[in-house]
Design a protein. Structure first.
Ligand code: GDP
Length: 470
C-alpha cells in the first residue's frame, strides 16, 4: 500500500457503461465494505432475503433489486462480487448488471446514496487501484489511453504499457541511477578520501548509457504519438484539379471512417481513414492559386502552412494538362514532408503510351507518382496502397515504438537534462556533494512518472481526466 497518501474510506458507485438506453448497463461499486450496504435491496427470485455468505467470489448471481420505497422489484439483475484485495480497486467491488433503463439506473443510484454510497468522481476507481498498489501511474494512464485509442495499433501499444512494459524500463533506469547515487553518497561519507578518478569515469559512462537510453525512448515516442493521434495527410493542388472529388472518393472507399476526430477542431473537410490499423487523417485544403481575393489568399496561406506541418502530402495535378508553371515552381523547391504526386483525371489522357509532354523528368526522381481517375475510379486502389506504404512502415509493436503521454515525455526530457548536468559536473571535477544534486532530482522526477513518489495534486491532475466509472 502506498503511503503517505490517504486512502478513501467511503464507498463509491458509478455507471460503468455509457449513459442512455441500452440492453444492459453495469453499475460498479467499490468500498472497504460494500456488499453489506446493498444486501438489504436484494432478493432471490423466489422472494427470499439474501445473506452476504451467499455470494461466491467472481461468479454471476441472478437476483432481484428491490426499491425500498414500494417494496417492489425495480429490476432483475446479475451480480458479481470481487472481495478485496482481488478486485480492480483492491477494495471490495460489486458489479451489478441491470437493464439499460436510465430511470431505473438513476433510482438505483438514489437508493445507494441513501445508504452513503456516493457517486464516484472521474477516474476514482483507477485512483483507488493505484493507491492500493494494484497498478502504477503509467499503467493507470495507459488504461485510459486504451479506452481512448483511435486505432488498433494504438490500443495494442496501450495494452503493452498497461502490462507494465514502460514501467519496467523506467524501473531499470531508476535502479541504475540509484546505484550511482548510492556510490556517490557513500564516497561523501568518506570525504577525506580523494575522489577515485577511475570510479568517476565509470560513473560517467553509466550516466551516459542512461542518457542514450532516454534518447532512444524519446525518439521513438514520436511514432507512438502518431499511433495515438493518427498521421495528417494533406491534399493540395490548384483549384479544379479534383481534390474534393478525390477526398470524397477516398472517404467512400473506406468503411472504417471515424467522422469525429477527438481533440481537433473538426473541419468539414477532414476525415479519418484506417489503413492496416493505422489512423490517417486526410485533410482537404483550399486550392493553391497565386492571384485571387483576400479570402482565397488566406486559404492558400493556411494550406501551405498545413502542408509544412503535415506528415505527408498528396499533391494533386491534372494528368491530361500536365504540370502548370506555378506547380512546377512549387514542387521543384519542395523540401517539406513526404509527398505523393497524384495525377488525377487519367480518364482524359489520350490512349497512347506517351502520357503528355508537359511532365518534367525530375518529378519521377523526386516523387512517387500515381495516376488516378476520380471519374471512373481507376488507380484508387494503387493510391491507397501507396498511402499505406507511406505510413505503415512505422516499426512493429514491441521495442520500436512507444506511446508516451505528454506528461511522461516532459518528465523524461527533464530527467535527461538533469543527468547531462550531472555528467558535466563530473567532467568539471566538481565535488560529490554538488554532483549528487541533479542526480537526486532526476531520480525524483523518474519516480514521479510511475508514481513511486507522488504528490496529491499530481494525482488529481491525472485521474480527473479519466471517465467516470473507470
Ligand atoms: P477541386 O477544386 O480541386 O476540389 O476539384 P473538384 O473535385 O471540385 O473537381 C473539379 C472538376 O473536375 C469537377 O467538375 C469534377 O467533376 C472534375 N473531375 C474531378 N475528378 C475528375 C476525373 O478524374 N476525371 C474527370 N474527367 N473529371 C474530374
Amino acid at each position: 500500500m502506498r503511503s503517505p497518501l490517504q486512502l478513501d474510506q467511503d464507498s463509491i458507485v458509478a455507471l460503468a457503461t455509457p449513459p442512455g438506453m441500452s440492453a444492459v448497463a453495469i453499475l460498479r461499486l467499490s468500498g472497504v465494505i460494500v456488499l453489506p450496504l446493498i444486501i438489504p435491496f436484494l432478493r432471490f427470485p423466489s422472494g427470499g432475503t439474501v445473506g452476504s455468505d451467499f455470494f461466491t467470489p467472481r461468479m454471476l448471481h441472478r437476483l432481484n433489486f428491490i426499491d425500498p420505497d414500494h417494496n417492489a422489484i425495480l429490476d432483475h439483475v446479475l451480480i458479481v462480487y470481487f472481495p478485496a484485495p482481488f478486485s480492480f480497486t483492491g477494495e471490495d467491488v460489486v458489479e451489478i448488471q441491470g437493464h439499460g433503463s436510465p430511470v431505473v439506473l438513476s433510482r438505483m443510484l438514489e437508493i445507494f446514496a441513501s445508504v452513503g454510497i456516493r457517486a464516484a468522481a472521474p477516474g476514482e476507481f483507477s485512483r483507488r487501484a493505484y493507491l492500493n498498489g494494484k497498478m502504477d501511474l503509467v499503467q493507470a494512464e495507459s488504461l485510459m489511453r486504451l479506452i481512448e485509442a483511435s486505432s488498433l495499433r494504438a490500443a495494442r501499444e496501450a495494452t503493452r504499457h498497461m502490462e507494465g512494459d514502460l514501467s519496467e524500463r523506467l524501473k531499470g533506469m531508476r535502479h541504475e541511477l540509484l546505484t550511482i547515487l548510492s556510490h556517490l553518497e557513500a564516497s561523501l561519507d568518506f570525504s577525506e578520501d580523494e575522489i577515485d578518478p577511475l570510479g568517476t569515469q565509470v560513473l560517467k559512462g553509466s550516466l551516459m548509457g542512461v542518457v542514450e537510453r532516454l534518447e532512444h525512448l524519446l525518439a521513438h515516442s514520436l511514432a507512438g504519438q502518431h499511433l495515438r493521434d493518427g498521421f495528417d495527410l494533406v491534399l493540395v493542388g490548384r483549384p479544379n484539379v479534383g481534390k474534393s472529388s478525390l477526398f470524397n472518393r477516398l472517404a467512400g472507399k473506406d468503411r472504417a471512417i471515424v467522422t469525429s476526430i477527438p481533440g481537433t477542431t473538426r473541419d468539414l473537410n477532414e476525415f479519418r481513414l484506417m489503413i492496416d490499423g493505422v489512423a490517417i487523417n486526410l485533410v482537404d485544403t483550399a486550392g493553391l492559386r497565386r492571384d485571387g481575393c483576400e479570402i482565397e489568399r488566406e486559404g492558400i496561406r493556411r494550406a501551405l502552412a498545413r502542408m509544412q506541418e503535415a506528415d505527408g502530402v498528396l499533391f494533386v495535378a491534372e494528368a491530361h494538362t500536365g504540370m502548370m508553371p506555378e506547380e512546377e515552381a512549387l514542387l521543384s523547391e519542395w523540401s517539406g514532408p513526404k509527398t505523393l504526386l497524384v495525377w488525377n483525371k487519367a480518364d482524359l489522357l489520350p490512349p497512347s503510351p506517351t502520357l503528355h509532354s508537359n511532365r518534367p523528368s525530375w518529378l519521377s526522381e523526386k516523387f512517387v507518382e500515381i495516376f488516378v481517375s476520380c471519374r471512373d475510379g481507376s488507380g484508387l486502389e494503387d493510391l491507397l496502397g501507396a498511402i499505406g506504404q507511406f505510413f505503415t512502415h512505422i516499426p512493429a509493436d514491441g521495442e520500436g515504438t512507444l506511446l508516451l503521454v505528454a506528461r511522461h515525455r516532459q518528465a523524461l526530457m527533464r530527467v535527461q537534462a538533469l543527468i547531462k548536468e550531472c555528467i558535466q559536473l563530473i567532467i568539471d571535477e566538481m565535488p560529490e556533494e554538488i554532483i549528487v544534486i541533479p542526480l537526486r532530482e532526476g531520480l525524483a522526477v523518474l519516480g514521479d512518472i510511475t508514481g513511486e513518489v507522488s504528490q496529491e495534486d499530481l494525482l488529481d491532475l491525472i485521474f480527473n481526466t479519466f471517465c467516470i466509472g473507470k
